[in-house]
Design a protein around this ligand. Structure first.
Ligand code: TC6
Length: 719
């Protein structure tokens, strides 16, 4: 919807009305067409201002309409009619002008923006390109290199940058609409010949071919198989090399390919899934909209290892006062230096002053007595954490929330060490905690609604994508990782190499394969956990029992490497070799290959040829199968929660939507059939036995992912 009024005697003011972001739904497009027509034909109107209701110009095309039957006027002719009009049109940009919203503004003859506004063409992040002529107008307005950057990354720019780039004509700190109306009064009656961007020649930089080749290489490298960034480069190339009308036709063709692609569907699913996880609920009935968080002006972090430092920085950057506690002097000294470096770099990147004064350091745990929330990030050892929670329970003020950053340990057990178990929740950050977007908020059996709501809100304030999950070993992310890694180990036993497994996963789109990732995070981490679980049995070199633990198939490969001191990057050797301890560039290691051969010979294993398809099916379907168990157990409220965790925390390629979405794309029946096949071949691997929820979904006709919750609800109501 859109409304036209006349202000200051001769300015037609068109207001887009579709809260919250004035997305260009069919009704809004119709409203724009009607009001523009009226304004152009009304002799009283000498110029026009277009603005959005409620301080947001326009969030772009209505993403909810994608995939449905398109009705109403099309964007391109609508924007052309604005540009071709004989009265000056001024876009008054407040809040956001994104995607189709910015394309609408580029069809106007002038753009005035509030200093706090954000502008951009983020279509690429939805698997699309700016196909309402944005890919053709923007390069004509700001030049090819700048347009390529904006369109292929989808990044939002500030009003100041937009002014510098030439996207907007004026930036104001005052009322945007008032400023735009004054602007419109000033330009009324002036010639518009030089203001219609589609008529501009596109500036042709020297070395055009090299420029586009370079851009293509860059996007191919960073896109990890995503097709939209490549199409974006092709569309901008069309702007630079073809007349406008032909460029527009090329834009249309490219968009047609993208629009119906699985990648666009996956990315749009991710957009909504990211927002859906904010509407959390727990099996006890706690909900995002009925729970009240408590304010947290002051927080503490205990333990200043890698995680603790990142968490302290993230809290301080959010504006909280932070007490950072570390009892070991050497660690404290290193941490202070590291934290101040992180704060300085962060401040520089964001163009603000560092907030070092927000953090006070102490070697004494009693310093946390007056804080509102504590996050412990001490060594991942239950005995150490138990003792700490007992101490915290005695020291902290009444009502203070006690959070653990454990990545797998039992939150209920920790809560049982305190006087107020309802105040205990898990806040599982991902390293580096000041950078990674994901936060798993783990509610225990006795966690209060308020405690969950407070942790979720704090995560949001810290700029994290927070997902509420139930308490179980490894929560959602790490629990699913276990069968994935296990399959990778088995594949090595059966004939694969780390290089082959990693290549298959990286070609699928993961930023790093499982073995490169293991080298980065340290093989000793999993080793310690397996030792704690009583799985590591040194000296059991051969014989059938060497590969069976606790009644199931077990691969001791990781343990054997650790026994050799091969902990990954930090020791310069792991699944790969590195130029030095701490080196980053993984190189194939002949030692590892002959070690694998020796291992297979010792255990009577005959290497067979393993292809990429098997690597993907075994690793990914085992992980997905665990995802179904998690849904069945009620640890995650819905598939979106799992997918968001994997996309934001585990390098799952966003254009594949997350593991559960991917399962739906592949076809649940196929996933089930392949799991059955592999389980038959490996009956001693319980993780390959298809989950009953998967069977139930297939039996009920493999409903689309947004319907899975109904099946899960029915399942739970029968239990
Ligand atoms: C020919 C085609 C060419 C053009 C293509 C395009 O334009 S493609 C589009 C290119 N545009 C983009 O990619 C921009 C996408 N949008 C954004 O980046 C952000 O929403 C924001 C920065 C505009 C506002 O951030 P914020 O943190 O203030 O708010 P929030 O993010 O929480 O959203 C609030 C609610 O609005 C909903 N919703 C939002 N946008 C759309 C939409 N376009 N459509 C529908 N719905 C949309 C959102 O789901 C949420 O709903 P819920 O969960 O409450 O039911």
């Amino acid at each position: 919807m859109a409304q036209l009024s006349i202000v200051s005697g001769s300015v037609g003011l068109i207001t887009l009305q579709n809260p919250p972001v004035n997305a260009l739904s069919a009704a809004v497009r119709q409203g724009i067409v009607d009001t523009v027509e009226k304004a152009l034909s009304d002799p009283k109107v000498k110029s026009v201002v277009i603005r959005g209701q409620n301080g947001v110009f326009c969030g772009g095309a209505d993403i909810k309409e994608f995939g449905t039957k398109m009705t109403g006027p099309h964007l391109i002719p609508m924007i052309h009619a604005i540009e071709a009009g004989n009265k000056p049109m001024v876009a008054a940009i407040e809040g956001s002008a994104l995607g189709g919203g910015l394309e609408l503004a580029l069809g106007c003859h002038y753009r005035v923006a509030h200093s706090k506004a954000r502008l951009g063409l983020p279509e690429v992040t939805l698997g699309l390109l700016p196909a309402a002529a944005g890919s053709q107008r923007l390069p004509r307005l700001i030049g090819v290199p700048a347009a390529l950057n904006l369109i292929t990354t989808g990044r939002h720019v500030t009003a100041a940058e937009a002014l510098q780039l030439g996207i907007v004509d004026q930036v104001t700190d005052h009322d945007t609409v008032d400023t735009a109306v004054k602007f419109a009064l000033n330009v009324a009656g002036q010639s518009l010949d030089a203001r219609r961007i589609s008529t501009f020649p596109c500036p042709r930089p020297a070395e055009l071919d090299a420029l586009f080749e370079d851009a293509m290489q860059k996007v191919r490298k960073s896109a990890r198989g995503a097709i939209a960034p490549v199409a974006c480069v092709q569309a901008v190339r069309a702007a630079a090399t073809l007349p406008y009308a032909e460029g527009l036709e090329r834009e249309r063709e490219l968009m047609a390919t993208l629009f119906n692609s699985g990648q666009a569907r996956a990315l749009q699913y991710c957009f909504f899934a990211q927002r859906a996880v904010g509407r959390w609920s727990t099996p006890s009935g706690a909900r995002w909209d009925t729970s009240k968080p408590v304010p947290v002006p002051k927080a503490a972090v205990i333990g200043l290892g890698t995680m603790g430092r990142g968490i302290a920085v993230a809290l301080a950057q959010t504006g909280l006062s932070v007490v950072a506690v570390e009892t070991q002097e050497k660690q404290m000294m290193e941490a202070k230096q590291a934290v101040s470096g992180m704060l300085e770099r962060g401040a520089k990147r964001r163009g603000v002053a560092p907030v070092s004064d927000k953090i006070s350091y102490s070697g004494n745990i009693r310093a946390v007595a007056d804080v509102d929330l504590v996050i412990e990030a001490v060594f991942e050892d239950m005995a150490v954490k138990e003792k700490l929670f007992q101490q915290l329970s005695a020291i902290c003020k009444p009502g203070a929330l006690l959070c653990t950053n454990t990545s797998a340990l039992d939150v209920d057990h920790l809560a049982s060490q305190t006087r107020n178990p309802e105040l205990v929740v898990g806040m599982h950050f991902f390293a580096p905690a000041h950078v990674m977007k994901l936060l798993e908020v783990v509610y225990g059996r006795r966690s209060s609604t308020q405690a969950v709501a407070t942790a979720m809100q704090l995560g949001k304030k810290m700029g994290k994508v927070s997902v509420a999950v139930g308490n179980c070993r490894g929560f959602v992310g790490n629990r699913m990782l276990k069968p994935y890694i296990e399959q990778a180990f088995y594949l090595l036993e059966e004939g694969a190499t780390p290089e082959l497994v990693d290549r298959a996963l990286e070609e699928f789109g993961f930023s790093m394969g499982v073995f490169r990732m293991s080298d980065l995070s340290g093989l000793d981490v999993g080793w310690r956990v397996r030792k704690g679980d009583g799985l590591v049995e040194p000296g059991l070199a051969s014989g059938p029992s060497a590969r069976v633990r606790q009644g199931r198939r077990y691969s001791p490969l990781g343990d054997l490497l650790c026994e050799q001191g091969r902990f990954g990057q930090k020791t310069g050797r792991g699944w790969y070799q590195y130029e030095k301890p701490g080196g980053r560039v993984a190189r194939s290691d002949p030692w590892l290959h002959s070690f694998l051969e020796g291992y297979r010979a010792r255990h009577g294993l005959v290497a067979r040829r393993i292809d990429h398809e098997e690597v993907l099916e075994r690793c990914l379907y085992a992980l997905i199968n665990e995802g179904f168990h998690i849904l069945e157990d009620g640890i995650a409220a819905g598939p979106e929660d799992i997918d968001v965790i994997y996309v934001f925390g585990y390098g799952w390629p966003r254009h594949r939507g997350g593991p559960m979405f991917y399962a739906g794309m592949v076809g649940l029946a196929k996933v089930l059939e392949r799991l059955e096949h592999y389980h038959q071949a490996h009956p001693d691997v319980p993780h390959l036995q298809p989950c009953s929820l998967l069977r139930r979904l297939v039996a009920s006709g493999s409903p689309p992912i947004h319907k899975w919750r109904e099946v899960i609800r029915k399942l739970h109501s029968h239990l």
